[in-house]
Design a protein around this ligand. Structure first.
Ligand code: IPE
Ligand code: IPE
Ligand code: MG
Length: 246
């Protein structure tokens, strides 16, 4: 990580979220099938997990499979699920070595049973690690998440567990899949697409957005550093004026 020394460790983003995009195009450029791109995306995942752990970032959230991705060809979905199971098995060692705790957000009930089983296994085995919290967004859709939160809150109101007058922003936060995570500080999307694709809509309200042309399988620790360096050059005003901050 050559660029790591340009990062101010006092002002690290607490929570980095990444939309890992461009696997299909990466494979196509090499005349290969899309799945080849997904397989090579694993290297980039290891790069960012190790990179965040080494820098001391608290939370990393990776968008691995969206609710909309279920609409892809069946063979691709199957391959992605198989890749998930194998990666979890392979990466357990990386997680332990780097003191990483695994967490998951999304509609996990929709995943194949093998994937659910392996996820629960790795979550259990890493639950005492107190370094980086790595959250995988799987079968995740932000609108689905918000819909579920509203349903639960509405039920609680109906059953007099909470009163409408007391519903505030923290009530909503507490009912999202991300209730244990801080807001996103830095959102990275690879592959040149400049959209959010139903990822963490509530949680990125004040995130800094960083888009790069790099395709996901090519993303390295130094690309992560570049994004953090760029983030640290920005002034986060949260509605205030520049003068108020200084
Ligand atoms: C991201 O790469 C991985 C997933 C969405 C699962 P893509 O598969 O979307 O790659 P492109 O966008 O087609 O290049
Ligand atoms: C977003 O990428 C989902 C993940 C990275 C898991 P997509 O490739 O599915 O997004 P769109 O469809 O191009 O917006
Ligand atoms: Mg894509």
């Amino acid at each position: 990580m050559e660029l790591a020394n340009q990062i101010n460790k006092e002002r690290l983003p607490k929570h980095i979220a990444i939309i890992m995009d461009g696997n299909g195009r990466w494979a196509k450029q090499r005349g290969k099938i899309r799945i080849f791109g997904h397989e090579n995306g694993k290297n980039a995942v290891r790069q960012v997990v190790e990179g965040c752990a080494e820098l001391g970032v608290s939370c990393l959230t990776l968008y691995a499979f969206s609710t909309e991705n279920w609409n892809r060809p069946k063979l691709e979905v199957q391959a992605l699920m198989k890749l998930l199971v194998n990666s979890l098995k392979e990466e357990l060692k990386t997680f332990q070595e780097n003191n990483v705790r695994l967490n998951v957000i999304g509609d996990i009930s929709a995943l194949p049973s093998k994937a659910k089983k392996e996820l629960l296994n790795v979550i259990e085995q890493t639950k005492h690690n107190n370094g980086l919290v790595l959250t995988l967004a799987l079968s995740y859709g932000s609108r689905d998440e918000i819909k579920n939160a509203i349903k639960t809150i509405a039920d609680k109101v109906k059953n007099n567990i909470i009163s409408t007058d007391l519903i505030d922003e923290s009530t909503i936060n507490e009912h999202l899949y991300t209730h244990n995570l801080p807001d996103v500080d830095l959102l990275i999307r690879t592959s040149g697409e400049c959209r959010i694709s139903n990822f963490l809509l509530w949680q990125i309200a004040y995130a800094e957005l960083y888009f790069t042309e790099t395709l996901w399988p090519d993303f390295t620790k130094d690309d992560l550093c570049k994004a953090i360096i760029n983030y640290q050059q920005r002034e986060r005003r949260f509605g205030k004026t520049s003068e108020q901050l200084n």
